[in-house]
Design a protein around this ligand. Structure first.
Ligand code: FES
Ligand code: FES
Length: 924
């Protein structure tokens, strides 16, 4: 009996209620409840992040108790009551959009990307039904099965604890949006489960595509005769191979298209795409990979950087001698000579692992051909780069491609490279129906880019007063089988190798080395978090050698206004490093005293430790043009529309860019409507990466808003300080008492958009220069700065570490939306904690969310965030960026705290218990 026939034989009508309404579905009883809810009943508010009971995104209520809908067979629901996120608003009074719990989530900024939010809400609903006033531990326990990769959980806990609180949100008045903690503009959709992620709105008539991937890290392969295979599989329409791809190469770097869309006779990492099956959904899902006529000849893989750099190493890519992809330098002064003169020199070797992005939204998308054009709806961080890449793969002009970014359920750099774009585009161009694909979690983890593993050697020297004199760093990054962001990491790290310290003599080299590992790409920090572990450990070494307090030593050396960095750039403005360190001082002193008191009394294995880490981060791309363009239109009905090409993957750019634009025009935030991301409608705002959207696209939005305001005022010859009020189709301009009116309905329509009567244009490309051969130049127009301190409890007998508290002080220039800035720092800190203590991706072994561990509610410490505002004159209202800075200082602070608690100097992350235990034993 075929699989389909077996399913049919066991398919009956299963009756239950969903959100109070009776339903009956004709499905096999074994079918996952999550699939029935989404596919049969259209309730896509229930999300799927793993289908394995690990992530909790699919959490619903079954007879009032939370369950993972992916782990419940629909047969188990027979006769019972299912409640989904869509049911939370059932029965609310007219005009009320959210229930009390959802409103609390909105009030506290507890949803960022929103992919985990329905699951969180359902788990919390279960809890609150049983314990209407829970305590923190009960909240953390009840929601502990739901993973969030964005928020660091803190605001979620706050929201649940305050679910009964007053909904006192006040929208700021015109001109007062910047600096106000307004709720996310897209909060309603995220809290009701109606924000359409890529997997939520796939056309019903779509064909489906599934990629078959290499089980080997390195092999030659041949695809046999596909005709009989096709004939034997009804419903399978096509098997795509490398021969079907018009241009079979892609890569985020415009000059390096080294990754095939489908491998062509050679696979270079486990999980590489080999062929793509296109057909009916159930037909392609039923095909086992082993059935395909693909014949592999496995070869010995180049597993790591050390193996790749051996003289006789096999070349991962035949034209890359020594497996060297690229290198970057910064050289200034006489480093060797200065190190020879130093009163103290610290030296060390450091190692970090592959880290998985683990965004809860798995890669998904669908494409269709419309006439001669290709339209791709996809989860992405970079629609315009996607457009160029897809056009190049199809070998068609860019005006024949439209990218429509869907809601993005987290990215953190991992959705900058294309994922299923190429195969979907090629398949859809040849099909009469749309073509869709959704990865599963193991496929996502095996195929997607990772944080670069690193091996770093560094030296740092100072005089007898602790003033840094020289730094040297050699950083080798495992960039995997293909380039991805290897060039970016190799060029960014040497600039940041010094840490945020004034050091007159510097020599740093970054290398990206090819191996047969998964391609390493962009991940929140682009190599800077790895380098920070090195420079922060060395500065702790110097503090120990000289007997100087660790915070004080950092303060003595912190970059300040007017200082010159290793690239020769003079930092003229916005250098809040010292204020960040100063902001930590009270907490630092108190924590040191507390730890000393505890440790002096404790005779057991548990010790407290306190550590501090710093970071700086260049906002935007390194020494490259980095432009963003926005436009905002005033329509003849009085509405304003901002056309914003910047994708919001949870970080909140959509909201802060509107805040900036609203204040520039001088109208309330709620006056502004949005068109987001669609490449047919918006201008190129560049990719959402490198913490650039607030600084660069925010500035473009400010300029566009200023431009529109100028044009409005010019119509009535009003002064620059005039107040603008829009009343229906009439603009009222109050110019110091005299009121002018502009009847918009009487103005001639202009521009491309229906009803447009006035348009403001904004363009910003921050002033940078390319780096020369010695790494000299102006790589970034501005930098973010931060200092974080950690308090940990380490069990010296077990090797376990619990982070108790983090205080994070961040110079963000100007906080456009403090609540969202704090949320970014919480989320970044959680990922930094994962980097320090938990996360290590091993191909073939940790390709799921139960073997690969990310921080959960229980891992998060108490957090205090201190915002330092040293305004950046170039930025919108003084703002810089905070996306990446949130993460970078965390791991160094935790490592310093572990060392303080145990005496063990850890140089390899993650600090798993066996590693800490070994380091402690080594000291004994
Ligand atoms: S999708 Fe059900 S637990 Fe992850
Ligand atoms: S908001 Fe929780 S995963 Fe994004």
């Amino acid at each position: 009996m075929s699989g389909d026939a077996a399913t049919e034989a066991h398919t009956g009508s299963i009756a239950f209620t969903v959100n109070g309404r009776p339903v009956a579905v004709a499905a096999a009883p074994i079918t996952r409840l999550a699939d029935v809810l989404r596919d049969e009943l259209g309730l896509t508010g229930t999300k799927i992040g793993c289908n394995a009971g690990d992530c909790g995104a699919c959490t619903v209520l079954l007879d009032g108790r939370q369950v993972c809908a992916c782990m419940v067979a629909v047969g188990q629901a027979e006769g019972r009551a299912v409640t989904t996120v869509e049911g939370l608003t059932e029965g609310l009074a007219e005009g009320t959009e959210l229930n009390a719990l959802q409103a609390a989530f909105r009030r506290h900024g507890a949803a960022q990307c929103g992919i985990c939010t329905p699951g969180m809400l359902m788990a919390a609903t279960d809890l609150l039904a049983r314990h209407p006033t829970p305590d923190r531990a009960q909240v953390m326990d009840a929601l502990g099965g739901v993973l969030c990769r964005c928020t660091g959980y803190i605001k979620i806990v706050e929201a649940v604890l305050d679910a009964a609180g007053a909904d006192n949100t006040v929208e700021p008045a015109a001109g007062a949006a910047v600096g106000a903690s307004i709720s996310r503009i897209d909060a309603l959709a995220k809290l009701t489960g109606t924000d359409p992620f890529a997997a939520d709105a796939i056309p019903a008539d779509a064909l489906w595509l599934r990629v078959v991937r290499s089980p080997h890290a390195r092999a030659r392969f041949a695809v046999g005769d596909l005709e009989p295979f096709l004939a034997a599989h009804p419903g399978l329409v096509r098997v795509m191979t490398a021969e079907d791809i018009p241009f079979n190469g892609h890569g985020i770097n415009p000059a390096i298209k080294d990754q095939p869309v489908l491998a062509d006779g050679v696979v270079r990492y486990r999980g590489e795409a080999v062929v793509a099956l296109v057909g009916e959904r159930t037909a392609i899902a039923a095909i086992r990979d082993e059935e395909l006529p693909i014949h592999y000849e496995p070869d010995e893989a180049v597993t790591d950087v050390a193996a790749a750099m051996k003289e006789d190493a096999t070349l991962v890519q035949e034209d890359k001698s020594g497996n060297l992809l690229i290198e970057g330098y910064v050289t200034r002064g006489d480093t060797e000579g200065a190190l020879g003169q130093c009163a103290a020199v610290a030296e060390g070797d450091f190692e970090t692992a592959y880290v998985e992005h683990a965004y809860i939204e798995i890669e998904a998308g669908w494409a269709r051909r419309i006439g001669e054009r290709l339209e791709l709806h996809v989860t992405t961080q970079a629609p315009y780069m996607n457009l160029e890449e897809v056009a190049n793969i199809l070998r068609i002009s860019e005006d024949r491609v439209r990218i429509v970014p869907t809601a993005c359920g987290g990215g953190f750099g991992g959705k900058l490279d294309i994922h299923l774009h190429g195969v979907l585009a090629v398949a859809a161009m040849a099909a009469e129906r749309p073509v869709a694909a959704v990865y599963d979690r193991p496929e996502s983890m095996a195929s997607s880019t990772k944080r670069h593993p690193s091996t770093i050697h560094a030296r740092l020297g100072c005089d007898r007063f602790g003033i840094l004199q020289a730094m040297e760093m050699e950083a080798d990054f495992n960039t995997g089988a293909y380039a991805s962001f290897g060039p970016t990491v190799a060029s960014r790290v040497p600039v940041h190798a010094s840490g945020p310290y004034k050091i007159p003599n510097q020599r740093a080299r970054g290398q990206a080395i090819l191996t047969n590992g998964p391609p390493a790409g962009a991940f929140r920090g682009f190599g800077v978090p790895q380098a920070a572990i090195a420079h922060e450990t060395l500065i702790d070494d110097l503090a120990e050698k000289l007997g100087i307090d660790r915070l004080e030593l950092r303060l003595r050396n912190a970059l300040r206004h007017g200082d010159t960095i290793g690239t020769g750039q003079v930092l003229e403005a916005s250098v809040g490093m010292a204020p960040c360190l100063e902001a930590l001082e009270p907490g630092w002193e108190a924590a040191l005293q507390e730890a000393a008191a505890f440790n002096s009394k404790s005779s057991g294995a548990v010790r407290l430790g306190v550590g501090v880490g710093t970071m700086w981060y260049g906002i935007g791309q390194t020494g490259l043009p980095n432009p963003s363009a926005m436009h905002v239109v005033l329509n003849n009905d009085g509405t304003i529309t901002l056309f914003n090409g910047a994708v919001d993957l949870g970080q909140g750019s959509t909201t802060v860019i509107v805040q900036i634009c609203a204040d520039a025009i001088g109208v309330p935030v709620e006056s502004i409507g949005l068109v987001i991301g669609d490449t047919d409608c918006t201008r190129d705002a560049g990719k959402s990466s490198a913490s650039r959207q607030t600084f660069i696209s925010g500035k473009a939005a400010q300029i566009a808003g200023d431009d529109l305001r100028r044009k409005i005022l010019a119509r009535v010859n009003a002064g620059a300080d005039s107040r603008i009020k829009i009343d229906g189709a009439v603009v009222k301009v109050d110019d110091g008492g005299a009121t002018h009116e502009i009847d918009l309905s009487s103005l001639p329509a202009t521009g491309d958009d229906d009803g447009e009567v006035l348009r403001g244009e904004g363009f910003f490309d921050p002033p940078t220069t390319a780096l020369d051969d010695n790494g000299q130049g102006i790589p970034y127009a501005t930098y973010g700065f931060a200092a974080q301190m950690a308090v940990v409890e380490a069990d010296t007998a077990l090797g376990t570490v619990k982070v108790l508290k983090i205080i994070a002080a961040h110079d963000v220039g100007r906080s456009i939306n403090p609540q969202q800035v704090v949320g970014q720092i919480h989320g970044g800190t959680a990922q930094g904690l994962g980097l320090a203590l938990l996360e290590e991706y091993i191909p073939g072994r940790t390709e799921n969310l139960h073997d690969y561990l990310i921080p959960t509610f229980g891992d998060m410490p108490e957090m205090e965030v201190i915002l330092v505002e040293d305004p950046e004159p170039l930025g919108p209202y003084g703002a810089k960026g905070v996306g990446e800075p949130g993460l970078i200082a965390t791991a160094p602070a935790i490592l310093g705290a572990i060392r303080h608690a145990t005496g063990a100097r850890l140089t390899r992350v993650p600090v798993l218990p066996h590693r800490l235990r070994a380091a402690i034993l080594e000291r004994a």
